[in-house]
Design a protein around this ligand. Structure first.
Ligand code: NAP
Length: 251
């Protein structure tokens, strides 16, 4: 039923009107395109990233369209953020907006494509931290604002390697298993609320991460981020009310 709804879903031009949506990793790849498109569909977007210049470029790309609401920049490096950083972000979001309707996790890193035997433990820790621990802490920090929304929606971005282990995908693969578990646990804990908590596996998408993972592949056949946005928009739109604890393939 939920799959059928998504299959038939076509978003209209104000699908996200009156929504405030926090998007992580909005400086590149899927998160960047999703932030721009969400703003075009009427959302006030909070664009998160670690690089001020890149955040400003995305900000400018959004405001060039006079119909878009001005975005807000949330700069926070997952590698270096402390509990104080998250507290102050949480406070400023509460002061500026009170309510957040959506949180979309797109930020992530690939780490190394090497064997477990050779995987550098320091890099392992970094990948687990950026891909799993930091999204958990951010979700926790934004819960008070999400709870003030009538229909909050949280989306985690998983991967094709998040359900079956794959050789040489090391920490990335393990972090994505964890991402799906985190999403399922949160969804279950919030069953008796209006929260939707879901996962999306984007499939192969033409971004810098994909290039790093498959440097030799023919990139012409890859989908662009613009082509895989539908499930993200669907899960932010009120069309998906009641749908929770699912994992969708975007392709
Ligand atoms: N592309 C694919 O084929 C594919 C397939 C399956 C799953 N995914 C998942 O989709 C999501 C988006 O991937 P993508 O392909 O769009 O990757 P991308 O183009 O490499 O973008 C990753 C984003 O994460 C941000 N980021 C990285 N480290 C960060 C840190 N320490 N603190 C804050 N932000 C940080 C990046 O910031 P900078 O701009 O500063 O680097 C960038 O905005 C990821 O979760 C990825 O695992 C992608």
């Amino acid at each position: 039923m939920a799959n059928e709804k998504l299959k038939n879903y076509k978003y209209d031009k104000d699908a996200l009107k009156n929504k405030t949506i926090f998007i992580t990793g909005a400086t590149d790849g899927i998160g960047r395109v999703l932030a721009i498109q969400s703003a075009k569909l009427g959302a006030k977007v909070v664009i998160h990233g670690r690089n001020k210049k890149k955040l400003e470029v995305v900000y400018d790309e959004i405001i060039v369209d006079p119909k878009c609401r001005k975005p807000v920049i949330a700069m926070l490096d997952y590698e270096t953020a402390t509990s104080e950083t998250y507290s102050s972000l949480s406070e400023s979001i509460m002061n500026d907006f009170k309510c957040i309707d959506g949180l979309i996790h797109c930020a992530g890193i690939l780490g190394d494509r090497s064997s477990i035997e050779q995987y550098d433990p320091g890099l392992w820790q970094k990948v687990m931290h950026v891909n799993l621990t930091a999204p958990f802490v951010l979700t926790q920090a934004l819960m008070p604002s999400l709870k003030l929304s009538k229909h909050p929606s949280v989306i985690f971005t998983s991967s094709g390697v998040s359900q079956i282990g794959k050789a040489f995908w090391g920490a990335y693969c393990v972090s994505k298993f964890g991402t799906e578990a985190l999403s399922q646990i949160l969804a279950q804990e919030l069953t008796h609320t209006s929260f939707r908590v879901n996962c999306i596996n984007p499939g192969a998408v033409k971004t810098k991460m994909r290039l790093a993972a498959y440097p030799a592949e023919n990139r012409d056949k890859l989908k662009l981020p613009e082509e895989i946005l539908s499930p993200y928009i669907f899960l932010m739109d009120d069309e998906s009310l009641g749908i929770t604890n699912k994992c969708y393939d975007a392709q």
